[in-house]
Design a protein around this ligand. Structure first.
Ligand code: NI
Ligand code: MN
Length: 225
């Protein structure tokens, strides 16, 4: 089964036109979306509560009919805004009509817009009709990635490379050696001045020192895999 992956920008991806991850859109100068596109979203998945990930989730969910799935504390926050939510936690599997997703450990913090605790930060492994896509969220390099590679066997990995808040390119190459996917798509770089990096260098390192192939998507571009 083919899966369409559209890079909206930063860490935001639209999958198959109806699954939206980390929708930081309106305040992101690199992101352009057609409002009609967002009305088709059925599920919004959030890795954590930081503003560049929670983003416009609440507004988008209010306008359309999307359900928000996130770590328990973040889901409760969204529910307090009157939205349909489901709150899960690390290690949990959540069923959807398109397949299922596991919320997995990331090494990062997570706070709500008022600064209060947003639960833990997560990576999300989507299984869409058997195709496994891992959105790492914001994370540093951590050795549980070996377990995730061995046990969950992601085929496509969406990986932060911008440094400062997350892994940089050297850590991300090591992560890919542990996660062992076929395809790598970089994210969370060049949006702000403190996360600028050399994506071409990352692509070269992935293609020459791992088994994976790196596909660089510019914001608003998509690929069907
Ligand atoms: Ni963050
Ligand atoms: Mn971030």
């Amino acid at each position: 089964m083919l899966t369409n992956i559209k890079f909206i920008g930063h860490s935001c991806f639209l999958i198959n036109g109806n699954i939206l991850i980390d929708p930081f859109i309106y305040s992101n100068p690199t992101a352009q979306v057609i409002p009609e596109e967002l009305k088709k979203v059925k599920d919004i998945l959030l890795t954590h509560a930081h503003a560049d990930h929670l983003g416009d989730a609440i507004e988008i969910a209010k306008k359309g009919k999307a359900k928000i799935t996130a770590i328990f504390e973040l889901a409760n926050y969204c529910a307090s805004k009157g939205l349909i939510t489901q709150g899960c936690n690390i290690g949990g599997k959540v069923d959807f009509d398109w397949g299922y997703a596991h919320w997995l450990q990331a090494q990062h913090s997570s706070s709500l817009p008022d600064g209060s605790y947003g639960g833990v930060a997560a990576s999300i492994l989507l299984n869409i009709d058997g195709k496994k896509i891992l959105h790492l969220g914001d994370t540093g390099l951590h050795s549980d990635m070996k377990m995730i590679g061995d046990f969950y066997q992601p085929e496509i990995v969406l990986i932060p490379i911008g440094g400062f808040y997350t892994m940089g390119i050297n850590e991300a190459v090591e992560a890919i050696k542990w996660l062992k996917p076929k395809i790598v798509i970089p994210m969370h770089y060049d949006t702000f001045s403190n996360i600028q990096t050399d994506v071409n260098q990352f692509q070269y390192m992935i293609n020459n020192s791992t088994e994976a192939k790196c596909i660089v998507l510019k914001p608003s571009r998509d690929i069907t895999l």
